[in-house]
Every structure is written in C-alpha cells, then in structure tokens.
Design a protein around this ligand. Sequence first.
Ligand SMILES: O=C(O)CCC(=O)C(=O)O
Ligand SMILES: [Fe+2]
Length: 422
Amino acid sequence: GSEPNETPVPSSDEETLVTLKRKCRQNPTWTSLDGSISFEKCRKAWSYRPRSLPQRHFGRSGSMTDVGHWTHFWEDDGMALELERQMEACMGDGLKEVNTDGGETVFEPLVKEKYPDPVDDEEWHPDTKPVLVHIKHALTEMEVMHIQVLQNCVQKLDPERHEYRPFENNLGGNTVTFLSTLLQMFLPGIASQIYNLAYLAQEEANWTEPGFEENGEENPLTAYDPRAPDFRALGLRTSEYLSYEGDGQLGLHADSESIYTVLIALSDPEDYDGGEFEIYWDKQMDPNEKRSLKPEKLSALVFLSEELHGVTHIVSGTRKTFANELWMFPDPTYEMLRPHPREFLEEYVDMLSRLSRHVQRSLDSARQIDLGEDSRDSDDESEDEESEDESEDTGEEEEEEKEKGKDGRRPEQRAALQSDEL
Ligand SMILES: O=C(O)CCC(=O)C(=O)O
Ligand SMILES: [Fe+2]
C-alpha cells in the first residue's frame, strides 16, 4: 500500500503558510516550552515545498512513512523510545537557555554570488554553469543555537554519533556529530530550510536546464544530473555538525553519490585563521579554476556534490560547519550514519534503470540535434516542468517515455559519466 499520505495545508488557514514557515523558523523545534508553535504546525511548514514539490511526512517517533514514490522508511527501526525521551528532555533543558519568543528578525535567503558566474567570469563559455551558489541569510542565529543544542544532546546521549573523522592520506580531519533523523524529528523547520536552500540554488544556477552552444543553440547535453530535478527523489543523506580545531583540515574530495551539498557556516571568518573552503570548477584541478571562500556565519554554500572541494589547514581558532547532503535515496534510518547506495539496494536498482532510460533519451536527442532536427516547437517551460515530475517515478511508462524522448530536453551526457561512478 503506497498511497502518499498527503496532508495539504489549506490556503484558507488563518495562518498562511508564509506565517507558519516564519514561526517555525523563529521557533524551529517542536519541543517548544512556551507553546507558541506546535509540532503539528511546524511539521506542516516542513512539508511545504515550493511549486508543489513533494510533501514529506514523519511522525513523532522516527516513523516517517512516505517520501514521494519511496514507500519504506524508518518505521520499524526508529530510535529507542527511551533515547527519544531522553533527547526530548535534553532538548527542553537546552532550549531554556535560548530565546524562543519569536522576536528575532528573519531575513529571507539571498543569493550573494555564483561560481563561476556567467556574467563576470572571463573563463565562462556558453555551456558552462555555476557549480556553486553562495547564499546569505541561510539560517538565523536562533536556528544555529537550536542546532547547537541538538548537537550537545546527541553528543551526550548517543556518543557513537560523535567522532573524530580523519581524512585519508594524512590530510587532516574534523570532528563530526551525525544529526540526521534527529534533525527532522526535533528541528523540522531547519530540515525544511535545507531543502529550501538547495531548491533556491538549483533554480538560480539552472542546474536542471540545458545550456547553450556558442552559436546560441540550446545544448541539451549540458544539463546536470537528471535525478536532481525530482525533489521527491532527494533524501537528506546526512546532516553533520563539523568542527575543525588545532591543525584540522579536509583534503580535496567529492561528496560521491550525493547530488547537492549544502554547507552552512557556523563560525565567522574572524573566528579562525586559515580554513578556507576551496572548490574546483572542473576535475583537472587547474588553479585558475579554483575558488577559495571564507563564508560569513549563517551563509550557505550550495554546490554540486561531485565537484572537488576541501578545507585548507586551520592555523588557529575553531571552524564550525553544518554540512548537509541531498541524495537520490530516502532519508536514512536512525542507525545509518552517512549511508552508501548499496544500503538501499531496491531503490538503487530502480534508480539505475531510470537512469539508463535517461541516458538513452539523451543519446536519442543528441542524435536528433546532430541531424539538425528541432523538435522543441511545442515545448514550453510549464509543460516541461510537469513532464519532468511524472517521468521520474516509474518503471512502466514506456508510452510516456517515448513521448518525452522526442522533446530533447532532459538528455544528459553527464548521466552517462555518473552512472560509471555509481
Ligand atoms: O567544512 C566544510 O566547509 C566542508 C565539509 C565537507 O566538505 C564535507 O563534510 O564533506
Ligand atoms: Fe565534502
């Protein structure tokens, strides 16, 4: 039985969704002491997705049940009830120290820059897209305090989720506290915000749209990951509180098998020396195609997880990051700390077969372009949006598949590359 368990928020509610979301951000936990916002209300705000993106649901005890077309979840192996009770009490105590009167001004997230920026980057050429979007006001100070309270409780009550994580080849490391599943349960407003930031970046960078050739022709082969447009397919793979101290650093790496990485700075650049975030624009590690950044506290860097990135040596002070990865499988169960796709075998097979159809369509449409056929005439953005939504879920939609194969809009050479990596 896999009827999506939808709980739409009626637009006629006296509290509009906007107000609800704001309240949830001002008091992002359901263990609120003053009763100003209930878990139920916050859950509704979390379920909200821009432009009717999928609804996500979860109950009190780690029992999220339906995510888009994914039907099984952490129902059976939620955290132990005793631990949940302790967490609840710990959050309550911790939050007594935090002002939750809703008085904080909430700024909407604001795109600060894209890298590379098609407008002012000389290296830019028409089929290049940004790999990174830098967003100001990603979180509020109060949200950060809530994350800190959650981190403290997790470290205290479930120390196995807190560890020093060395990086291979002596390239430093950091201290991590794994927050996922707990974040959704205790801070649903913040979990929601991660998705909102990823969505904002996706739109801003046109990650799902085709690029253009030098001659101005649309080039369908330059759209990024074909799985990414479908937010139903993106789970929160990991949500980590990271701290770098002493000589911490993080060697260059890609967050393999994730799609979007959402990093939020929890320290000000003045809090530490060194510790620059670096990202390469391509895999050649050309120093001219590298960007170094020291984002301000509360700012987010949203980037394509497959791009090489790292953190240089911290010379002094402490550098804290809230690191989140969205991937194409469901949110992990409580026991899974940053899982691998093989732990979602059924979904993995399903995803690969959908991916191979995408690749086939890409090749078909590339062939059409080579032949100079233009079948884009009857296409417009909104239609595209819809067909994309429908196209993702299924194994048995040959008819529909064929139809879309012709429109030449979702084709992806990159998909072919990526399927090798999987
Ligand atoms: O701390 C950072 O800014 C980077 C973290 C990161 O890349 C990771 O955890 O994979
Ligand atoms: Fe990373």
